[in-house]
Design a protein around this ligand. Structure first.
Ligand code: COS
Length: 377
């Protein structure tokens, strides 16, 4: 970590211990999202870190952003993911949007006053994203959207939605991307999903019933939406990896402390080799994922993003966090299975990291396709 990253980490550690940690258990139990926490993170400059300063961002890189997400995730995966998805939306607007779109939508997102959401998945198209059925029919002055999007992070609390909809024939070439505001007529939200984890972060269906979107809200040209979505997801996958690294670090920390303090058979359970080997593996796998996430972030910052490495970082870090949090519960024994200890929540929060922004099976598909291309051209 460089000096700036160390400073960011110290600042966020203080913030999360003061503002998030004290009520983390209660907020999880009540599925309560506090917009003021997000707003405060924004006021401190953490809600648009990778966006240029002229649009209100911090003008920093993904390497810095990953350090910040790791720290937030130690207390709350939910707030970390709200920040990460909102920043992914900003990244899409900054990279693919026109000047008017950037000026209109970025400042309120970079400042953390408002939240962004990403709408690709549908009930019938999750991994097979290009099979999406939501339509956008061209009319005078804009498009009419009909259909629905499923499992949308921050739906209902977000103001700005990037929505992929079909303007053309089947397949990826018929998909276009739009910026849709929450106040649009014909846009409604389904019920809040009852989830295993990530309880503080609301997930809902987003429904479009004859929802008018003005032409100026089309991102790039018609037919570019699939590339816009997948281009945005490359960076998003690295940030999900970073969140997994932060959660792994906290779970290891809890495990070491607990096992040093808990005695059985007249000695701290840490001194049993069976547990030592478990924690040695946890620490090693944690560092392996951290290096992979850092490398992928470095390449994003260098301007030569590597989709294969983005998928590898997401795959490795999220498979590792599932193992680490599961082992953390095991080390805590019966106590770890209760909400008295945070590792129970961490294990639940870890699971969906293997699913979101492309399941880990899809990450393997992406990696294998790159390998094949490398060998066969
Ligand atoms: N960046 C930009 N464009 C990309 C891209 C990327 N990372 N990956 C693929 N594309 C482009 C391809 O170049 C292709 O364009 P051309 O037809 O002009 O060549 C187009 O997108 C379609 O790609 P492809 O033919 O590979 O599509 P497939 O359906 O075979 O595979 C997968 C695409 C499965 C990789 C994709 O659908 C995917 O990532 N699915 C998971 C979706 C997901 O992550 N959902 C999470 C939602 S947020 S929680």
């Amino acid at each position: 970590m460089n000096e700036l990253q160390k400073e960011l980490q110290v600042q966020l550690e203080k913030f999360r211990l003061d503002k998030i940690e004290p009520t983390a258990e209660h907020d999880d139990a009540n599925a309560s999202f506090k917009k003021e926490i997000f707003n405060e993170l924004g006021a401190l400059g953490f809600c648009g870190m990778t966006i240029k300063e002229e649009f209100g961002g911090a003008g920093l890189g993904y390497s810095d952003f990953c350090v910040a997400l790791q720290e937030i995730a130690k207390s709350s995966v939910s707030y970390a993911v709200t920040v990460s998805v909102s920043t992914m939306v900003q990244g899409i607007i900054e990279r693919f949007g026109n000047e008017e779109q950037k000026k209109k939508y970025l400042p309120e997102l970079t400042s953390g006053k408002e939240i962004g959401a990403f709408c690709l998945s549908e009930s019938g198209s999750g991994s097979d994203a290009k099979a999406l059925k939501t339509t956008a029919k061209k009319v005078d002055g804009g498009y009419i959207l009909n259909g629905s999007k499923m499992w949308i992070t921050s739906a209902g609390i977000a103001k700005t939605y990037i929505v992929m909809a079909r303007t053309g024939a089947t397949g990826s070439a018929g998909v276009s991307a739009f910026i849709v505001e929450d106040s649009s007529e014909g846009l409604t939200f389904g019920k809040k999903e009852k989830k295993m984890g990530w309880k503080v972060s609301p997930t809902r269906e987003v429904l479009f019933h004859n929802c008018f979107v003005p032409s100026e809200n089309l991102i790039k040209e018609e037919g570019q939406g699939f590339k816009v979505a997948l281009g945005g997801l490359d960076a998003g996958r690295v940030t999900i990896g970073a969140i997994a690294v932060g959660l792994s670090e906290r779970a290891l920390d809890e495990s070491v402390k607990y096992s040093l303090g808990r005695s059985q058979f007249n000695q701290p359970i840490f001194d049993f080799q069976g547990l030592q080997f478990m924690m040695a593996d946890m620490a090693t796998e944690l560092e392996a994922s951290r290096f992979l996430v850092s490398k992928a972030a470095e390449l994003l910052d260098s301007g030569a993003p590597d989709s294969k490495l983005c998928s590898m970082a997401k795959l490795k870090a999220t498979d590792v966090v599932m193992k680490i949090t599961t082992d953390a519960v095991q080390i805590h024994g019966g106590a770890g299975y209760t909400s008295e200890y945070p590792v129970e929540r961490m294990m639940r929060d870890a699971k969906v990291l293997q699913i979101v922004e492309g399941t880990n099976q899809i990450q393997r598909v992406v990696i294998a396709r790159h390998l094949k291309k490398q060998y066969q051209g």
